[in-house]
Design a protein around this ligand. Structure first.
Ligand code: GLN
Length: 523
């Protein structure tokens, strides 16, 4: 088999080559594993590979191909899965020591759906512990590095999924987005990341972080691929009561329709302090869309300034409740030192002694098993929910959340000449240096300032690179993306993403505009 260009291999290209029998799935998977073993040491995108599973999935598709069966577009496609999404029988750690011996006892709904399309899973990807962070540095199993510049972070928390796709170690991937964790790293690594509307994708089998915000979504090289994955995973699921089936208009936008579209530019996102590289990239994207005939209009989302504080009340409150389940008894109590306790006393002594031995297990497991950032959020969450403070913090934050949602509703209100879609930068800066913000939580939290309002309002949003892959290669002359893993790029050529935000359950709008944009800019 001729060696594949893994870097540019999309779902669409993979499928077309597969049905032309240019390679077998087993060969393709073998090539991916070889490439991963060469690259993962530098990038640390994968925490564990699911080799046996991948090979058995590959052989099923190869047999279908040999039998002349028609293949689904996802059949045989090698995917990476964030390690907070359960695959039955496989290790699932959420990048935390507390889950380092846990194996999933069932498939997440998204995994079941992808298995039914016969997609192949290469492995589980690194993340900030329990999806808390913005840089990939909070993993208990080592930082993930940005394939465009190994001295920089890939963003977080879907750091491994995004880095794997950007480096060509997977065709596409799944991530999760609670406050920006798909879009912000997609922006940092030059790939596409979609956060679906809250409710359009089941979270059954996603390790819960902040349940009123969490969503699973695709990471891909093109908007078209993100759409293929989204269509495969969306839909109502009886195991997640927040999920719904929604049927927005299915007709794709035509170039004539795009001329009728008005995109809103929120003034609160385009301030003087916006990083120059980001501003230049996003302005160029706006120009490109204007050339397609799209109209732009300035809008206001006045409560944006409250989004970060609102999120940092609601998110830790929910996280502290969700993480209470990790007690050292359930979910594969770990066998490391920090859980060792005098279990004899559990059997032979009085109630109080038993109680203290049990508490000892809790303290040691949670004290040693959770990292610093996770503890910070549990403490914050427990505080804002504590008696006497609940109304002052949590109830107030819920009211502010409503105001933030109403800002978007007003902007989208067609009856008063509202806009169709909103465009904004995905992140305030390009990828920063590893270590630059790790000791300054506030500056780290500020990296999500443009993504968080979308989660609070439950809207769909997609991050799209402002430049095409060809442009990266041009600015980096002979420095190919593969080579960059060993010879870091200059910051001037770092990727920058822009975000398209749609109305509830109107993923189709942002996907169609994204596809038109891609088509126009890749010519
Ligand atoms: N960076 C945000 C946080 O730390 C968002 C995380 C996420 O989306 N999972 O909470």
């Amino acid at each position: 088999m001729a060696s594949m260009d893994l870097q540019s291999l999309t779902i669409k290209k993979f499928h077309n080559s597969l049905i032309k029998k240019e390679f077998s799935v087993a060969e393709a998977v073998g090539e991916f594993f070889d490439y991963i073993s060469e690259k993962n040491g530098d990038i640390n995108a994968y925490l564990h590979l699911t080799k046996n599973l991948a090979l058995s999935q590959a052989s099923v598709v190869d047999a279908d191909l040999a039998a002349g069966k028609e293949l689904n577009i996802l059949a045989g496609v090698p995917l990476a899965i964030k390690d907070n999404i359960l695959i039955e029988g496989e290790s699932t750690t959420a990048a935390s020591k507390i889950l380092q011996n846990y194996r999933a006892s069932y498939d997440a709904t998204v995994i079941k759906k992808l298995k039914s399309k016969k997609a192949v899973f290469l492995g589980k990807t690194n993340l900030d512990e329990f999806a808390m962070g913005s840089s990939g540095e909070n993993s208990a199993f080592g930082v993930t590095r940005n394939p465009h510049d190994l001295e920089r972070v890939p963003g977080g928390t879907s750091s491994g999924s995004v880095a794997a796709v950007a480096a060509g170690m997977a065709v596409a991937a799944l991530g999760s987005d609670t406050g920006g964790s798909i879009r912000q790293p997609a922006s940092f690594c030059g790939v596409v990341g979609l956060k679906p509307t809250y409710g359009s994708v089941s979270r059954y089998g996603l390790i819960a972080f902040a349940s009123s915000l969490d969503q699973i979504g695709p990471v891909a090289k093109t908007v078209e691929d993100a759409e293929i994955l989204f269509n495969a995973i969306k839909g109502k699921d009886s195991f997640d009561s927040t999920s719904v089936d929604v049927h927005p208009p299915t007709r794709g936008l035509k170039i004539e329709d795009i001329k009728k579209i008005t995109i809103g530019l929120p003034e609160e996102y385009f301030t003087e302090s916006l990083n120059k590289e980001v501003a230049d990239g996003v302005n160029k994207a706006i120009e490109n869309l204007k050339n397609l005939g799209v109209k732009f209009k300035k809008i206001n989302l006045p409560n944006t300034k409250h989004a970060l504080s609102c999120y940092y009340i609601i998110m830790p409150a929910e996280a502290s409740a969700n993480l209470a389940r990790y007690d050292g008894i359930r979910y594969a109590r770990t066998n490391t030192d920090y859980t060792q306790t005098n279990t004899d006393s559990l059997h032979k002594s009085a109630f109080s002694q038993r109680k203290s031995a049990l508490e000892d297990i809790y303290f040691k497991t949670r004290g040693g098993g959770f990292g610093k950032e996770v503890k910070r959020r549990i403490i914050l969450g427990t505080f804002v929910l504590s008696s006497g403070y609940y109304d002052a913090y949590y109830t107030k934050a819920q009211k502010v959340r409503r105001l933030i949602k109403e800002d978007f509703d007003r902007a989208f209100d067609q009856s008063v000449g509202g806009i169709d879609v909103i465009l904004a930068p995905t992140a305030p800066t390009p990828a920063f240096k590893i270590g630059e913000k790790v000791d300054d939580p506030l500056s780290m939290y500020l990296s999500d300032i443009f993504t968080i309002p979308v989660n609070l309002a439950g809207l769909p949003a997609i991050s799209i690179p402002t430049r095409t892959n060809t442009e990266y290669t041009q600015t980096n002359t002979e420095d190919s993306p593969h080579k960059s893993a060993s010879s870091p790029r200059k910051s001037a050529s770092l990727p920058v993403g822009f975000q398209l935000i749609g109305k509830h359950f109107h993923e189709i709008d942002i996907l169609e505009i994204g596809k038109q944009y891609e088509l126009a800019t890749s010519r």
